[in-house]
Design a protein around this ligand. Structure first.
Ligand SMILES: C[S@@+](CC[C@H](N)C(=O)[O-])C[C@H]1O[C@@H](n2cnc3c(N)ncnc32)[C@H](O)[C@@H]1O
Length: 268
């Protein structure tokens, strides 16, 4: 059974209050905003995918990471807590879900959804809706579930990565739902990546010992306190003994990591 005793702080955990999207709105804490800051190199990849678009729809917009001033952004976000944490300079997010977008056909030049599709109740319906309301490219930043377990973290927290691999829709599912032509590109993760999903720490394992860092990545909410304690003990021990560095120390100096992060760019 899925354990959710912990505040995953990524907008999708079960809490006392659950809004119409089934999205918990009690759990977005300061950890999310502190450790999930947009990374400028990933921002560049996303901006390239959106091309010269002016009007851009951001679905599952959260606190507005990767929304840039060059675009006229319309943000959709079902979690009240996420909407409340959007900086004042950004557009107020509309309370809606991907699966039922309140927009006309072809209303936007481009659309994006970032680190979000794995939380949707109906991925196919959500992507169909994004395609319907968008004239140009639809960009989807997500993780390839076939590659999630390749990360060294699997040795120390297998249940966390199993939960991630189960949640992420396969790339085939995404491309089929998007229709048209879809290009899939791996997104290299920089060594000092500021957007704290798990692989962002590929060369900085010590940071994953910080509970606040883990709290900013919702997959950690799927294991219980005991499992988190076991992870902490085993990683701490491996770092202290040198075992981690012997196996993975080469990653400490690798400027980028090709992990499971991918960007899909779909055109009609
Ligand atoms: C991990 S957060 C990512 C937020 C933001 N895109 C970012 O990159 O920081 C995932 C977001 O998807 C939203 N979400 C969950 N289910 C959704 C749905 N069915 N439709 C739209 N957004 C959804 C959550 O509320 C949450 O804000």
């Amino acid at each position: 059974m899925v354990m959710r005793t912990y505040d995953g702080s990524a907008g999708d955990v079960d809490h006392a209050g659950v809004d119409h999207a089934g999205v918990g709105h009690g759990g977005v804490g300061p950890a999310y905003t502190a450790f999930r800051r947009p990374d400028e190199r990933i921002a560049h990849v996303i901006a390239q995918a959106l091309g010269g678009a002016r009007t851009v729809l951001n679905v599952g917009a959260g606190t507005g990471s990767y929304e840039i001033a060059a675009h006229a952004i319309t943000a959709v976000e079902p979690s009240l807590a996420m909407r409340a944490r959007r900086p004042a300079r950004l557009a107020t997010a509309i309370d809606a879900v991907a699966e039922d977008l309140p927009f006309a056909d072809g209303q936007f030049d481009a659309a994006m959804t970032l680190f979000s599709v794995h939380q949707w109740s109906d991925v196919e319906a959500g992507l169909r809706e994004m395609r319907r309301v968008t004239r140009g490219p639809v960009a989807v930043l997500t993780c390839d579930p076939a590659r999630v377990r390749d990360f060294w973290l699997y040795e120390y927290a297998p249940d966390v990565l199993e939960a991630e691999a189960r949640r992420y829709p396969s790339l085939d599912r995404l491309t089929t739902a998007l229709g048209g032509t879809t290009a899939v590109e791996p997104v290299p993760v920089p060594l000092d990546c500021t957007d704290g999903f798990n692989e962002a720490y590929y060369g900085r394992p010590e940071l994953l010992l910080n509970p606040a860092v883990r709290q900013a990545c919702s997959a950690w909410s799927f294991i219980d306190d005991r499992a988190r304690q076991d992870f902490d003990t085993s990683l701490r021990r491996a770092l202290g003994s040198g075992a981690w560095d012997e196996a993975f120390g080469h990653l400490r100096n690798r400027p980028t990591y090709d992990g499971s992060l991918v960007l899909l760019r779909a055109t009609p």
